[in-house]
Write a protein that binds this ligand. Structure first.
Ligand code: ADP
Ligand code: MG
Length: 369
């Protein structure tokens, strides 16, 4: 695709790679801190997911980048420039929210042109840029329609086109798929991946509470909980080597077993069993810790780290069976390929897992919120 001519549409004239940096950003409503000292960098062209439960501060973080909330302390940088005091329209950002927020009385083309007109882009520029944005989102044939004449998925595409028309260096997406049904959602997820391939310079901050969206789309995931950043890494790192119990249970399923470190190197004690794990760095010998093992990495039958116990529950899930086995007073989950001859509830069974699949996490201080 030939690069379209650049037009100055404001101080942060777009289409140049611009990263985002949160420099110890805190936001409070009254004396309620809802974002607590966030330090996070989104590299130019990177897709960063902000993942966390409802109320954890994700939207607030996004609005701080957009300029709709003012931090009580800290700075927001876009493309290396401190924008903390700039109004939203001067930040070179495009934003899409869950509810689309299209103007109902404007046709699709006028919705998409809105930001360009507001930025006083010359008339002759507007039409080609609207066409470009509608083509990017697969909505070229709908320019004359009104929002009410579109499906939810089509409205969301128009909202994305409108955000892209100003050629933002940074695209902010706040739960953009959560108003769509499951089937549309997975289609749009693929669309967003394609869109980012076509706009590799645009940095995307993608807010979601849905781990599948985060794992599918993001280069890195920032995990939020109760106003704080809890973890940050590539999807694979967070899945394979979570640093906190919160991440382990929020990104994928996890067995979280109470253990003590030792007695040997890279071993832990669970009940009266000694288990070999990937490592025990950061946990003193004899200290309480949590062993994280993903259920799909637990096998049925004899093997390393054998755990014998009683089958408490068996669920058939189509391609897999989920087993719940009582071991040392805890239920260990195992997801195994569908069994031809499944054990019965009450049977003695043996589970096992490879030492490299046992990740030791520091025990979390009790409820601190
Ligand atoms: N305008 C506001 N006034 C007061 N409290 C707010 C406002 N917006 C958000 N909050 C509170 O801030 C916290 C974080 O909200 P939010 O950032 O929207 O979380 P998330 O997007 O992760 O669900 C919540 O406790 C919410 O109730
Ligand atoms: Mg939110």
């Amino acid at each position: 695709m030939a690069a379209p001519p650049e037009t100055a549409v404001g101080p942060v004239a777009a289409k140049t790679a611009a990263g985002i940096r949160f420099d110890h950003v805190s936001v409070a409503y009254g004396d309620h801190t809802v974002l607590d000292g966030l330090d996070l960098t989104v590299e130019p062209g990177e897709v960063m997911a902000l993942l966390g439960p409802s109320g954890s501060g994700k939207t607030t973080a996004l609005r701080a980048v957009a300029g709709f909330v003012t931090p009580v302390s800290g700075r927001v940088l876009i493309g290396g420039r401190d924008v903390t005091a700039l109004p939203p329209y001067k930040r070179g950002i495009g934003m899409v929210v869950q509810s689309y927020a299209l103007f109902p009385h404007l046709r699709v083309a006028d919705n998409v042109a809105f930001g360009l007109k507001a930025r006083k882009v010359p008339r002759a520029e507007i039409e080609p840029r609207v066409t470009e944005a509608l083509e990017l989102t697969g909505m070229a044939g709908y320019a004359r329609r009104y929002p009410r004449e579109l499906s939810g998925g089509q409205q969301q595409r128009v909202a994305i086109a409108r955000a892209l028309a100003i050629r933002p260096g940074v695209l902010l997406l706040d739960e953009p798929l959560s108003a769509l049904d499951a089937q549309l959602r997975s289609g749009m997820l693929a669309e967003l991946t394609r869109l980012h391939r076509e706009l590799p310079d645009v940095s995307i901050l993608y807010v979601t509470h849905d781990q599948v969206e985060a794992l599918t789309l993001a280069d890195r995931i920032a995990v939020m909980d109760r106003a704080r950043l809890r973890d940050c890494g590539t999807p694979r790192e967070l899945y394979r080597a979570p640093r906190t119990e919160f991440t382990a249970s929020f990104v994928g399923n996890a067995n979280l077993l109470p253990v003590t470190a030792g007695p040997g190197d890279a071993t832990v004690t669970f009940g009266n069993r000694e288990l070999a794990v990937r490592g025990t760095e950061g946990v003193a010998p004899g200290a309480a810790a949590t062993l994280c093992v993903r259920p799909h990495l637990v096998g049925l039958g004899e093997g390393p780290n054998a755990l014998r116990g009683r089958l408490a529950e068996l669920q058939w899930r189509g391609a897999t069976h989920r087993l719940y086995v009582e071991v040392a007073g805890h239920r260990v989950m195992a997801d195994v390929r569908e069994l031809r001859t499944a054990p019965a509830v009450g049977d003695e069974v043996t589970l096992h897992f490879a030492p490299e699949d046992g990740v030791l996490l520091p025990a979390e201080a009790g409820a601190d919120g």
